[in-house]
Design a protein around this ligand. Structure first.
Ligand SMILES: Cc1ncc(COP(=O)(O)O)c(C=O)c1O
Length: 425
């Protein structure tokens, strides 16, 4: 399709967009009395209007039933997480028994590393990407310390080549081969938080496992954003947060995936708690832990139902929309945004560059833009003019045209505001 940088054309695209009406289902902040153009759904998704009713339901059940709500609430609390199994497994390409929701992302990655990072004298190295999200870096360092190892010896980063913004698949595979028999774990962000680069999860997982390692993924920027087939890709484990593309609210619960092949492995170490214990016998208060055979076997504490409620609202919305429809719009609107950016860049003579891969297979709902010159004032200008983006040092703004609530007209309007901001500088 040949795009045009005009309001009429953007409106036409909106009129043809089957997901356009979902915008109405979200609450947008306002700046200057106008709803904002929201590009930070990769950081914190907007609040769906239906979410409040899910929370109110729990509040009402709590008021009316108190402790009895555990078993007699409309959605009983004691196994509330089981409502996620069907819809969430479809979002990440898993069997229902392979997913669960609990805790928060870094906590879950730590817990999964307890099970899947078991260093020996000879096989103890972790491969991750250079400049992984800081929480992952701290996690790796603390995990290797915990095992009495030195980070500089045990953590191997895959580097970007000089002058390049993204990591090449061939370099990931070469590093896995190089580390070879010393490799215990590969753990990478499925979508890089800074550049928006999407990694080839299937190929990297197969290569890591061929080298004899376990392979896990931090899917913070991938869940609800890219097509995942975690079961078929034979991923060992994964975890994601739900407050970005999945719109579940600030700091909210995390989702976890543990491949079926590990469900009956009683040799796997884990940090256990009563909510991971055999469901039928949980309240018999037995002394010996007997894990549920499935991702639920990694549960520890009883469920934070008030935070799961908004996540459930979101997961049910995703089930309604379907990942295929979401991804089709994602690719189209991201390409339109890319087109608008190129148009504006020509008009203002090279003030910025997009550092996200231009190949649609290697990106999803994010374009990261490196601003030449003094970028911070342009970022502030955008914010003051109702364009919510986020700023990453040294000079990057990240733009996520989230398909559920961004419109093509938003992209056009953004282009005009960006041009004005650059010209006024
Ligand atoms: C890629 C990635 N990993 C990990 C985290 C940390 O998430 P949490 O604070 O929920 O543990 C984030 C948070 O934004 C992230 O983007």
């Amino acid at each position: 399709m040949t795009f045009q940088n005009t309001r009429e054309f953007a409106k036409q695209l909106d009129a043809q967009d089957a997901l356009n009406h979902y915008q109405e289902q979200f609450i947008f902040p306002k700046v200057n009395d106008k709803r904002v153009i929201y590009f930070t759904g990769n950081s914190l998704g907007l609040q769906p209007k239906r979410t409040k009713a899910y929370i109110d339901e729990v509040m009402n059940d709590w008021a009316e039933l108190a402790v009895e709500g555990h078993f007699y609430a409309e959605k009983p609390w004691w196994d509330y997480q089981e409502r996620f199994a069907e819809p969430l497994s479809k979002i990440v390409g898993a069997l229902p028994s392979e997913v669960t929701v609990m805790n928060t992302l870094t906590v879950n990655l730590h817990l999964l590393m307890v099970s899947f990072y078991k260093p020996t004298k000879t096989r103890y190295k972790i491969i991750c990407e250079e400049k992984a999200f800081p929480s992952d870096q701290y996690m790796f360092q603390s995990q290797v310390h915990f095992h009495g190892l030195k980070p500089e010896d045990a953590i191997v980063e895959i580097k970007r080549r000089e002058g390049e913004h993204n990591i090449r698949l061939e370099d990931v595979l070469a590093k896995i081969e190089e580390v070879g028999e010393e490799l215990a774990l590969v753990l990478i962000g499925g979508v890089n938080y800074y550049t928006g680069q999407v990694f080839d999860i299937r190929t990297i997982t197969a290569a890591g496992q061929k080298a004899g390692a376990k392979v896990g993924w931090d899917l913070a920027h991938a869940a609800g954003n890219i097509k995942l087939e975690l079961h078929d890709w034979n991923v060992d484990f994964a975890a994601w947060c739900s407050y970005k593309y999945m719109n579940s609210g600030p700091g909210n619960a995390s989702g976890c995936f543990v491949h079926q092949k590990h469900h009956h492995n009683s040799d796997l170490p884990r940090f256990a708690g009563w909510w991971g214990h055999n469901k039928e016998r949980r309240f018999k208060m037995e002394p010996t832990f007997d894990p549920v055979h499935g991702a639920d076997g990694w549960q520890i504490s009883n469920l934070p139902v008030l935070s799961l409620a908004p996540y459930l609202a979101s997961v049910e919305m995703f089930a309604e929309v379907g990942m295929d429809a979401l991804i089709a719009k994602r690719d189209h609107i991201t390409s339109y945004l890319e087109f608008i950016l190129h148009e504006i860049d020509q008009e203002v003579k090279g003030s910025f560059e997009i550092i996200t891969p231009s190949n649609p297979a290697e990106r999803a709902s994010q374009l990261s833009v490196f601003l030449h010159g003094e970028g911070r004032s342009l970022f502030d200008f955008l914010m003051k003019n109702g364009v919510i983006t986020d700023w990453r040092e040294p000079n990057v703004i990240r733009l996520a045209p989230v398909p559920l609530y961004c419109s093509y007209e938003d992209m056009y309007d953004f282009g005009q505001i960006l041009k004005k901001g650059i010209l006024e500088k």
